[in-house]
Design a protein around this ligand. Sequence first.
Ligand SMILES: [Zn+2]
Length: 132
Amino acid sequence: MAQQIPLVDYLTLGENPHLVANECTSCGARFFDRRNACASCEGTAFTQVDVPTTGEVRTFTIVSFAAPGIRVPFVAAVVDCDGTSVRANLINVTPDPEHVATGMKVRLATEVIGTDDEGTEAVGFGFEPLGG
Ligand SMILES: [Zn+2]
Protein backbone atom coordinates (compact mmCIF):
# COMPACT_ATOMS: atom_id res chain seq x y z
CA MET A 1 0.00 0.00 0.00
CA ALA A 2 1.24 3.50 -0.83
CA GLN A 3 2.49 5.66 1.98
CA GLN A 4 0.09 8.43 2.88
CA ILE A 5 0.65 11.80 4.47
CA PRO A 6 -2.09 14.17 5.62
CA LEU A 7 -2.42 17.45 3.72
CA VAL A 8 -3.05 19.33 6.96
CA ASP A 9 -1.44 18.46 10.26
CA TYR A 10 -4.72 18.29 12.17
CA LEU A 11 -5.89 15.36 10.07
CA THR A 12 -4.94 12.01 11.60
CA LEU A 13 -4.96 9.09 9.18
CA GLY A 14 -5.02 5.38 9.89
CA GLU A 15 -7.86 2.97 10.36
CA ASN A 16 -10.22 5.62 11.68
CA PRO A 17 -9.26 8.97 10.17
CA HIS A 18 -10.25 11.92 12.32
CA LEU A 19 -9.46 15.55 13.05
CA VAL A 20 -7.57 16.70 16.12
CA ALA A 21 -8.24 20.17 17.53
CA ASN A 22 -6.33 22.25 20.04
CA GLU A 23 -8.64 22.94 22.95
CA CYS A 24 -8.03 25.86 25.31
CA THR A 25 -7.70 24.44 28.82
CA SER A 26 -9.32 27.47 30.44
CA CYS A 27 -12.39 28.13 28.27
CA GLY A 28 -12.68 25.07 26.02
CA ALA A 29 -12.54 26.98 22.71
CA ARG A 30 -11.24 24.79 19.91
CA PHE A 31 -8.85 25.74 17.10
CA PHE A 32 -7.32 23.81 14.24
CA ASP A 33 -4.39 26.08 13.63
CA ARG A 34 -1.43 26.45 15.95
CA ARG A 35 -1.93 29.32 18.35
CA ASN A 36 0.11 30.97 21.03
CA ALA A 37 -2.96 32.29 22.79
CA CYS A 38 -6.67 31.55 22.79
CA ALA A 39 -8.75 33.97 20.69
CA SER A 40 -11.57 33.81 23.23
CA CYS A 41 -9.86 34.19 26.61
CA GLU A 42 -6.14 34.67 25.87
CA GLY A 43 -5.31 31.47 27.71
CA THR A 44 -2.03 29.94 26.59
CA ALA A 45 -2.47 26.26 27.45
CA PHE A 46 -4.00 23.87 24.97
CA THR A 47 -4.75 20.20 24.97
CA GLN A 48 -5.32 18.03 21.89
CA VAL A 49 -8.78 16.58 21.47
CA ASP A 50 -10.28 14.23 18.90
CA VAL A 51 -13.17 15.78 17.00
CA PRO A 52 -16.24 13.60 16.27
CA THR A 53 -16.24 12.38 12.67
CA THR A 54 -19.92 13.06 12.10
CA GLY A 55 -21.70 16.38 12.13
CA GLU A 56 -24.29 18.65 10.66
CA VAL A 57 -23.95 21.26 7.94
CA ARG A 58 -24.32 24.70 9.56
CA THR A 59 -23.83 26.83 6.50
CA PHE A 60 -22.54 26.32 3.00
CA THR A 61 -21.64 28.08 -0.23
CA ILE A 62 -21.60 26.58 -3.67
CA VAL A 63 -18.39 27.85 -5.25
CA SER A 64 -18.62 28.20 -9.03
CA PHE A 65 -15.46 30.18 -9.76
CA ALA A 66 -12.00 29.39 -8.45
CA ALA A 67 -8.36 29.56 -9.39
CA PRO A 68 -7.26 27.60 -12.47
CA GLY A 69 -6.80 23.92 -11.70
CA ILE A 70 -9.48 23.82 -9.03
CA ARG A 71 -12.50 21.83 -10.05
CA VAL A 72 -15.75 23.78 -9.79
CA PRO A 73 -18.43 23.84 -8.70
CA PHE A 74 -17.71 22.58 -5.20
CA VAL A 75 -19.39 23.09 -1.85
CA ALA A 76 -17.55 24.98 0.89
CA ALA A 77 -19.22 24.40 4.22
CA VAL A 78 -19.01 24.84 7.95
CA VAL A 79 -19.82 21.57 9.69
CA ASP A 80 -20.77 21.43 13.35
CA CYS A 81 -19.19 18.28 14.81
CA ASP A 82 -20.87 18.05 18.18
CA GLY A 83 -20.00 21.64 19.04
CA THR A 84 -16.76 21.99 17.10
CA SER A 85 -16.99 24.07 13.93
CA VAL A 86 -15.01 22.64 11.04
CA ARG A 87 -14.47 24.43 7.74
CA ALA A 88 -14.35 21.89 4.95
CA ASN A 89 -15.62 21.05 1.51
CA LEU A 90 -18.52 18.68 1.04
CA ILE A 91 -17.48 15.80 -1.19
CA ASN A 92 -19.25 12.88 -2.84
CA VAL A 93 -22.34 15.01 -3.26
CA THR A 94 -23.85 16.78 -6.27
CA PRO A 95 -22.91 20.45 -5.75
CA ASP A 96 -26.29 22.06 -6.16
CA PRO A 97 -28.98 23.40 -3.79
CA GLU A 98 -31.18 20.35 -4.35
CA HIS A 99 -28.59 18.00 -2.88
CA VAL A 100 -27.06 20.17 -0.17
CA ALA A 101 -28.97 21.65 2.74
CA THR A 102 -28.32 23.30 6.06
CA GLY A 103 -28.81 20.71 8.81
CA MET A 104 -27.75 17.84 6.55
CA LYS A 105 -25.97 15.02 8.42
CA VAL A 106 -22.46 14.37 7.15
CA ARG A 107 -19.39 12.36 8.07
CA LEU A 108 -15.67 12.86 7.61
CA ALA A 109 -14.22 11.34 4.46
CA THR A 110 -10.68 11.41 3.16
CA GLU A 111 -9.56 11.71 -0.44
CA VAL A 112 -6.21 11.48 -2.15
CA ILE A 113 -5.31 14.94 -3.44
CA GLY A 114 -2.08 14.09 -5.21
CA THR A 115 0.85 11.72 -5.44
CA ASP A 116 4.54 12.66 -5.48
CA ASP A 117 7.31 11.03 -7.53
CA GLU A 118 7.96 8.41 -4.87
CA GLY A 119 4.32 7.39 -4.80
CA THR A 120 3.53 9.01 -1.48
CA GLU A 121 -0.09 10.11 -1.45
CA ALA A 122 -1.20 13.43 0.01
CA VAL A 123 -4.54 12.96 1.71
CA GLY A 124 -7.07 15.69 2.32
CA PHE A 125 -10.48 15.53 3.90
CA GLY A 126 -14.03 16.64 3.34
CA PHE A 127 -17.44 15.68 4.57
CA GLU A 128 -19.84 13.43 2.69
CA PRO A 129 -23.57 12.88 3.24
CA LEU A 130 -24.39 10.23 5.85
CA GLY A 131 -26.18 7.26 4.39
CA GLY A 132 -26.21 8.91 0.98
ZN1 LIG B 1 -9.75 30.15 25.94
